[in-house]
Design a protein around this ligand. Structure first.
Ligand SMILES: [Mn+2]
Length: 237
C-alpha cells in the first residue's frame, strides 16, 4: 500500500483557516494520501525540495484573488485579497502544470486555475444569483443543484451527471481561460467545475467536498485524486 504525498499550500494562521486546512487534510488522509503543507515563507530551496516530493497538489479555498491578476480593477463587493498567497500559488501552479502532476482545485483553487489560464472572474455574484451560493451555515449539506458533463472526470467520480452541492463562494469564473472547459454548471450558468484539455488528471470544483463528509460520493473526489497521485508516484519511483 502506497501513500502518495500531496502538497497543499498553507492557508493562513487564523482559526478559520486552520479549521479549513484540517478538513482538507482529513479528507486526503481518509483517501490514503499523506499531506505536505507548503509554506510560502520557506526558503526557495526548501520549497523546491518539498514540491519535488509531491505526486499531486490540492489548491484549497480562501480569499478573493487580487483583481489585477486578471486585468481588472477592484469593484464593489470584491473582498480583501491575500497577495502573498496569490503570488505563491500562481507560481506553484505553473510548476505543477509543467510537471503534469495530478491537480485538485477547490473553491478559490478553481478560480485560481481559471486566472492562471488567462480567464477572468465575476467579482461579486451576490445580486446575480437564484440560489444562495454563499451559505456557510449549510456547508455540510447541499445548497444548489449542478449539471455535470457526462464526459468529465468529476461526473465519473460522482457516478452521476447531476448533483446537489454546498456553496461557499461569492465570485464565479467569467471568461474561461483557453485550455480549460466547463465540466459542470449551476442553474444560473455559473461554472461549478473546470477541467484542463489534454491533461493527465485535473479536477476543479467551485463547491467544497471537504465539508460534505456525510456524502460518500463527494469523498469519491478525494479517492479519485489520491488514486491518480498513487499512479503518478509509482512512475516517480
Ligand atoms: Mn455554487
Amino acid at each position: 500500500m502506497l501513500y502518495p504525498t500531496v502538497g497543499v499550500p498553507f492557508m493562513g494562521r487564523d482559526l478559520l483557516y486552520r479549521y479549513q486546512q484540517y478538513k482538507y487534510t482529513r479528507c486526503l488522509q481518509r483517501a490514503g494520501a499523506s499531506v505536505l503543507l507548503l509554506m510560502p515563507d520557506s526558503s526557495e530551496e526548501a520549497r523546491a525540495a518539498a514540491i519535488n516530493r509531491c505526486a499531486g497538489f490540492l489548491f484549497p479555498g480562501g480569499p478573493d484573488i487580487r483583481p489585477d491578476r486578471y486585468g481588472q480593477k477592484p469593484q464593489p463587493g470584491c473582498q480583501k485579497p491575500d497577495p502573498v498567497r496569490d503570488t505563491f500559488e500562481l507560481q506553484l501552479l505553473d510548476v505543477v502544470l509543467a510537471a503534469r502532476k495530478p491537480l485538485f482545485c477547490i473553491g478559490r483553487g478553481m478560480q485560481l486555475l481559471n486566472v492562471a489560464f488567462g480567464g477572468t472572474l465575476i467579482q461579486d455574484i451576490t445580486d446575480k444569483q437564484e440560489y444562495p451560493h454563499m451559505d456557510f451555515a449549510n456547508r455540510a449539506s447541499a445548497t444548489h443543484p449542478v449539471e455535470l458533463d457526462p464526459d468529465s472526470v468529476v461526473s465519473r467520480l460522482l457516478k452521476s451527471d447531476v448533483a446537489t452541492v454546498n456553496s461557499l463562494h461569492h465570485q464565479a469564473a467569467d471568461t474561461i481561460g483557453e485550455g480549460l472547459w466547463i465540466a459542470a454548471d449551476s442553474p444560473e450558468g455559473y461554472p461549478e467545475a473546470l477541467e484542463i484539455d489534454d491533461y493527465p488528471f485535473s479536477l476543479a470544483v467551485q463547491w467544497h467536498p471537504e465539508y460534505m463528509t456525510r456524502v460518500v460520493t463527494q469523498q469519491g473526489l478525494f479517492q479519485g485524486f489520491a488514486e491518480a497521485c498513487r499512479q503518478f508516484s509509482q512512475k516517480m519511483g
